[in-house]
Design a protein around this ligand. Structure first.
Ligand code: CMC
Length: 436
């Protein structure tokens, strides 16, 4: 008998089954043979929130949550953040290897030449309420691009996929910048092809009447590093949405809108905005112990802390902390840093957090830095979505080209009524709405 198997005895029937173990997993479908009778559907697994279920094979991103390791295509995140530009990393994620000089030049050229939005898309954005949340604008406008590029539905055509990938990576900073300009009531700024990816984004955000926008180099580099850190994070909630929706062969604009919608949630990418609100609420360093008590009493969560996968310091948070220092040298220290450092200090010593292995995650320090750079908190999650576009699209490509993948369709455990008699209107005593 081979070693890599699992023997299961069904105590209901006394039957024994042997199922193969591969890559530390068993196939859930192998459990279906375990039945109490020929009519029985067979055994399923129940795993709300996918706590212990691998939904795909992936060669893009590796995380060891216990050790605090993150690698893209085998390269440690620390090295990529130090040595690469974001577009270089986007190429790596999408195509599997770092680009040569010539490949990078071509790639940067292509992305730069896809930054423009159709005027109809601009007009679409003009229709949002003046104070609409930028993430809502971002999600809706990405979805609206599906109407501009109907050819994107040919998801099995690799040349077509590549075109949509370039369009999306090129256009997301333009959409993000327009959502900001819309909020503040400034005219939209068109892209400038002379500038790098991060510099052009800054240009579209902050150019006023000067003929040529000149980006502060340290800020542009910090933004690029932040983009690298956020580019992919394997099967998180947003990426799972991307894969799940595009498994129906939905076009990448609509699929990516769903991924960005997931990212907007406060437990996911929306946490960076929530951290800033939390620091505002705490107000000063001396109020930190009282806030920690409130967290421990279950009143609130410590935003920017904890992670489904990391049970150690999030390696991205370490790099962000370092990058923030570089930014503060230019912008001056964000006074909220004091509160954040104190929160981290107390939390890392406190038994509640130690026992649960709760450490700062990527969102804990990013907001403080973004605010010092001049971003409004509402923009923070959009800043996450721009680089994550590269990751979502890499995961999309992998899904589309994986022969094992099919339309994503989980099972359920039905807990409702058996078939019941229809109740005529005059006999109903429902109250269902009030019960909630
Ligand atoms: N503050 C206080 N307690 C927490 C926190 C927190 N931030 N996070 C987890 N816990 C507690 C939780 O109450 C539970 O305690 P108990 O065992 O007594 O019930 C225990 O730790 C395990 O937590 P969980 O909720 O089962 O963990 P999860 O894997 O389902 O949730 C998480 C992960 C990130 C949603 C959660 O840690 C959280 O809500 N953190 C705050 C929001 C946040 O910072 N999100 C950004 C995540 S990183 C960027 C991204 O992926 O987008």
């Amino acid at each position: 008998m081979p070693d890599d198997t699992l023997t299961i005895t069904d105590n209901r029937t006394g039957q024994t089954y042997s199922v193969p173990i591969e890559n530390g997993t068993i196939r859930a479908m192998n459990l279906r043979q375990i039945k109490t009778s020929p009519e029985d559907f067979g055994l399923m697994t129940y795993d709300p929130a996918f706590m212990n279920t691998a939904s795909c094979r992936s060669s893009i991103t590796y995380i060891d949550g216990d050790q605090g390791i993150l690698r893209y295509r085998g390269y440690p995140i620390e090295v990529l953040a130090e040595r690469c530009t974001f577009l270089e990393v986007a190429y790596l994620l999408l195509f599997g290897d770092l680009p040569t000089e010539a490949e990078l030049k071509g790639w940067v050229h292509d992305i730069t030449h896809h930054t423009m939005l159709h005027e109809s898309t601009k007009m679409f954005m003009e229709g949002f309420r003046y104070d609409g949340h930028p993430m809502g604008m971002f999600v809706s406008t990405v979805a609206a691009l599906s109407t501009v590029y109907p050819d994107a539905r040919h998801v099995h055509d690799s040349a077509n996929r590549l075109l949509q990938i370039k369009r999306l990576i090129g256009k997301v900073p333009s959409i993000a910048a327009m959502s900001y300009r819309h909020n503040v009531g400034f005219p939209y700024v068109y892209p400038d092809n002379d500038l790098s990816y991060a510099e052009n984004f800054m240009n579209m955000l902050w150019k006023m009447v000067e003929p040529k926008y000149v980006a502060q180099p340290a800020i542009a580099r910090a933004l690029d590093i932040l983009f690298i850190l956020h580019a992919d994070h394997e099967q998180n909630c947003g990426t799972n949405a991307m894969r799940s929706v595009s498994s129906a062969q939905t076009d990448p604009y609509l699929s990516m809108a769903s991924a960005a919608a997931a990212l907007a949630g406060p437990l996911h990418g929306g946490a960076n905005e929530e951290v800033l609100k939390m620091l505002d609420e705490i107000g000063s360093k001396d109020k930190v112990p009282a806030y920690i008590k409130k967290v421990k009493d279950g009143g609130v969560k410590l935003m920017g802390f904890g992670h489904r996968i990391y049970k150690n310091y999030d390696p991205r948070a370490k790099i962000i902390k370092w990058t923030a220092e570089q930014v503060f040298e230019v912008t001056g220290r964000n006074p909220k840093l004091e509160i954040a450092l104190e929160l981290e200090r107390i939390a890392l010593e406190d038994e509640y957090f130690v026992k649960r292995k709760l450490y700062p995650n990527v969102d804990f320090y990013s907001g403080i830095m973004y605010q010092a750079m001049g971003f409004r908190p509402e923009m923070f999650t959009v800043l996450f979505a721009i680089p994550r576009t590269a990751g979502w699209l890499a995961q999309w490509q992998e899904l589309i080209t994986d022969p094992e993948q099919k339309i994503a369709r989980p099972r359920q455990i039905y807990t409702g009524h058996e078939e019941r008699e229809f109740v005529a209107m005059e006999k109903r005593t429902s109250g269902a709405l009030a019960r909630g």
